[in-house]
Design a protein around this ligand. Structure first.
Ligand code: SF4
Length: 365
């Protein structure tokens, strides 16, 4: 007899490698597809419940493998910030992965949309200067099932809301998705399988990056119709490097070529995310640089607020400054949206996710 936890977790196998699992059990390949459907469409939590799979195979699977899913530990709502309007509140969830890693995901309402913000890594190795996740260090990449599990968990939570239904998924939580792209692709392909019970259109999925060029090129060549968001935060190379040290390896002119390639190959726009930081990147000169950089591309610009994190050196831009910045971009013919920060009260907003106590006091625990 195996002891609990000693058998491999079947969820760690990709769809493709499940064929090898079946071969190892002396079963034909097509059984892998059946098993995948049970795991990710039916979201079965035991082999015994997989009624279309013969009893013999179910026993073999139970003897050799386990199904260990992420568990939702607790949630925290910024309801107070939304005048107790349950439908409008942003909710942050803490999930425990099967090996004990803690990961945060966020459910964000916005008009008709209900978006699941999913983490792709536990922690992050990139240490962007404004980000609580980066400051907590890097633990590991998440498996595809751990990202799918976040989306499924938030989907079930969404269904509890009056009229609630998950409409969008963004890979923008903890971590840099393009450092874990194989698993992100695997997760996207399962989540967008329209034959599955939870099937969401690729167009409603966004993958975000700080601008890792090899990953952008892979996405451009992948045939995926997901959206791409590039966190720019500055169109000045030196300033970008100060905010996001990894961008030393990916200078703006090279990034520009990759984005051109993405536009050309996919026909899709890219969204440039730009966080306005008081007296750092919010001057008319900064807006001018951004306009000159962005207007070469098929793109939209999403201006976001900085969410103050205790002990970080940044502050959000003032309203007047933000308005002038927006006007300058609009005058340059760019498409601009301004996203007011949501979830800041519960440290669920951009750059605030962190699951461990840290010296910056960003952790709500
Ligand atoms: S902003 Fe994104 S890439 Fe940068 S440290 Fe935070 S999680 Fe990592």
């Amino acid at each position: 007899m195996h002891q609990n936890g000693t058998r491999p977790n079947i969820l760690e196998f990709s769809r493709e490698s499940l064929a090898g699992v079946m071969a190892g059990l002396g079963e034909p390949k097509f059984r892998a597809g059946q098993l995948h459907r049970w795991l990710y469409s039916q979201q079965a939590i035991s082999f015994a419940s997989m009624s279309s799979i013969g009893a013999g195979l179910r026993e073999k699977l139970s003897a050799a493998y386990e199904i260990r899913m992420p568990a939702l530990l607790r949630s925290e709502s910024d309801r107070q910030a939304c005048d107790h309007d349950a439908e409008a509140s942003t909710v942050k969830y803490l999930l425990r992965m099967p090996d004990g890693e803690l990961v945060e995901s966020v459910l964000i309402p916005s008009g008709e949309r209900l978006t699941a913000c999913v983490s792709s890594q536990s922690g992050c190795p990139l240490q962007c200067s404004f980000c609580a996740t980066g400051q907590m260090g890097f633990s590991r990449n998440l498996h595809a099932f751990e990202m799918i599990g976040q989306a499924h968990a938030l989907h079930h939570e969404a269904l509890q809301r009056p009229g609630g239904r998950l409409t969008n998924i963004v890979f923008m939580g903890m971590g840099e998705p393009l450092l874990n792209l194989d698993n992100v692709f695997e997760a996207v392909s399962t989540l967008t399988n329209m034959d599955y019970r939870f099937g969401i259109s690729e167009k409603r999925v966004t993958i975000s990056t700080v601008g890792l060029i090899p990953g952008i090129e892979r996405i451009a060549d992948s045939g995926l119709r997901t959206k791409l968001a590039v966190s720019l935060h500055s169109a000045d190379q030196q300033q970008r490097e100060q905010l996001m040290p990894v961008t030393r390896q990916y200078p703006l002119d090279e990034l520009g070529k990759a984005i051109n390639g993405y536009n050309r190959k996919t026909g899709l726009p890219v969204t440039f995310v730009y966080m306005l930081l008081d007296r750092v990147n919010d001057s008319p000169e900064d807006a001018g640089k951004l306009a000159r950089f962005a207007r070469r591309f098929l793109c939209k610009i999403n201006l976001i607020d900085y969410n103050p994190i205790v002990n970080f050196q940044f502050r959000p831009a003032y309203d007047d400054t933000r308005n002038a910045f927006v006007r300058q971009l609009l005058d340059a013919g760019l498409q601009v949206t301004v996203r007011k920060s949501q979830g800041a009260a519960i440290n669920a907003a951009c750059g605030q996710l962190a699951t461990r106590p840290d010296p910056y006091g960003a952790n709500p625990q």
